[in-house]
Design a protein around this ligand. Structure first.
Ligand code: FAD
Length: 474
């Protein structure tokens, strides 16, 4: 495996492509004040939630329709200038950085729910609709959309990063829940992939090619999603454990027994301490599992009893249950506040987040050694995980004025990814590759597979304008 990735060589100023004044004039003439060159707007669109910096894009287009996106891409393509689609900017791996310069296309104003087909359990939305907005708009249908990254991300961005969240253990990720797309290609053509049918054997699966392509193949302008009936009964619980290992062994056994748990999240004792300080929760400062069960009242009761038995075998104690929405919200506050509580625990810090995911039987092997290494490093961190999927995140809290801390954190991340790959896992369960995980993709997928990705990229984007310099280098 390669040496730990220093991000600075991925964002060299020398790679900036020229954005001709004629292009900016043409964009201003087509979009008027929806083409902004104001520095504050460019800077806001030239970064994400990662801790990396690059020069901002030369201009930002605020698209309001598929025609707007197609017109912008056609104009930009004539000058072979990069195009970076922008949702709400919550990605974590340097996805949005204009490492080769170019134009950002912000689709957040394309935020209409176009149709709800309750009988078929599908919904079609524009890409700027956020996950919370979607659930708010369909709540009176008795249906819901389960994918819930911690941020209120856009459906376009979630499609582009193949996102998931706390519900994925039961409902799957964006890969399982996107049925069809409308996409503006790198040449500015508008194509459709997939249908509203539940399954199809019609040719190459272009829908899945675009899911997770991180804006490198086209701009998603419409998404058809699966939605689900709200469960008849929902019950949530938190439970503290004497060690992370005890919590993790409980999860492994729960999944291996086939309990259809809807959510099972791990928070380590450092993170519980941080959320206690942030939200005055008064929780036991021990490793904790947060769980949720969905189904019929009898099914939920049965699942809950099974998990409670497993947890007590591993020393789980202080089970606290909630079945009303208000009580559930209170129990989940710890998880929802974890990131913000951690950031506030070290004012001014920047976060490097890990995202490994391993087969469930290897979760303890991967996690426990990594916890020992993180503790030995002395760098403050938080640890949370969608552990039912074998996915967990260390967030190393770095002093921006201490470059040695970043080097240590990158070494920890490198060791963690090496361990996950050796155990049959992946360097990124849900955040995507962006810039930060590029060095790991070859180790994970192999040179032949990455070459095939390059061949696809060259065929679909011959001028290399769609979010260039991300996922792999050409
Ligand atoms: C506190 C916090 C918690 C998080 N928790 C999770 C989590 O639990 N699970 C998870 O999966 N992620 C999580 N994330 C990461 C982030 O929310 C997801 O990656 C999300 O999918 C990004 O959506 P966005 O709208 O912010 O996209 P952006 O950040 O705007 O863009 C992300 C990428 O998608 C591309 N893109 C955006 N829109 C389009 C489009 N319409 N067409 C083509 N490409 C497009 C961009 O070019 C970029 O490469 C978390 C982030 C934060 C800050």
């Amino acid at each position: 495996m390669n040496a730990p990735t220093a991000i600075s060589h991925l964002v060299p100023e020398s790679h900036q492509r020229e954005v001709p004044a004629a292009l900016i004039d043409a964009l201003k003439s087509r979009f008027g004040d929806r083409c902004s060159t104001a520095m504050a707007v460019r800077e806001q669109h030239g970064r994400d939630e990662s801790s990396f910096d690059a020069p901002p894009p030369a201009a930002v287009i605020f698209a309001e329709s598929t025609e707007d996106v197609a017109a912008a891409v056609k104009l930009v393509s004539e000058h072979a200038v990069p195009v970076i689609p922008f949702g709400v900017g919550s990605s974590l791996e340097g996805h949005l950085l204009a490492v080769q310069g170019g134009i950002s296309i912000d689709v957040s104003r394309m935020n209409k729910v176009l149709s709800v087909n309750a009988e078929d359990l599908t919904v079609t939305v524009q890409p700027g609709v956020t996950r919370k907005q979607l659930n708010e708009e369909i709540k009176n249908t008795g249906l819901f959309f389960p994918i819930d990254p911690g941020a209120d991300a856009s459906i376009g961005g979630m499609t582009a990063t193949r996102a998931s969240g706390t519900n994925a253990v039961r409902y799957g990720t964006m890969r399982e829940n996107v049925l069809a797309l409308e996409v503006v290609t790198a040449s500015g053509e508008v194509i459709r992939t997939g249908t509203r049918a539940k399954k199809s054997s019609a040719g190459y699966d272009l829908t899945r090619l675009f899911i997770g392509s991180e804006g490198t193949l086209g701009v998603v302008t419409e998404v058809t999603l699966r939605i689900y009936p709200l469960p008849e009964a929902v019950s949530a619980a938190i439970c503290s454990f004497p060690s992370i290992e005890a919590a993790v062994r409980t999860v492994i056994q729960t999944i291996q027994l086939g309990v259809p748990i809807a959510r099972v999240e791990l928070i380590d004792h450092h993170t519980v301490r941080m959320v206690n300080a942030y939200a005055k929760l008064g929780l036991r400062e021990e490793a904790m599992l947060l769980m949720e069960f969905h189904g019929s009242p009898a099914g939920v009761k049965e699942q809950a009893e099974t998990v409670q038995e497993i947890a007590s075998e591993f020393g789980g104690k202080a089970f606290e249950w909630a079945s009303t929405p208000e009580e559930r919200t209170r129990l989940w506050t710890a998880r929802h506040n974890a990131y913000f509580a951690a950031v506030q625990s070290r004012p001014g810090c920047r976060v490097i987040s890990t995202d490994t995911c391993v087969p469930i039987s290897r979760l303890a092997d991967c996690l426990l050694d990594s916890v020992a290494e993180a503790d030995a490093s002395g760098i403050p961190y938080f640890l949370v995980g969608h552990v039912g999927d074998g996915n967990f995140h260390f967030g190393y809290l770095l002093d921006p004025n201490a470059p040695e801390e970043r080097i240590t954190a990158e070494k920890l991340n490198h060791a963690l990814v090496s361990r996950a790959l050796a155990l049959g896992g992946t360097c990124t369960g849900e955040h995507g590759v962006g810039l930060h995980k590029m060095g790991f993709l070859v180790d994970e997928a192999g040179a032949g597979a990455v070459d095939m990705m390059r061949t696809i990229k060259r065929a679909l984007d011959p001028k290399n304008i769609m979010n260039p310099g991300k996922i792999f280098s050409l």
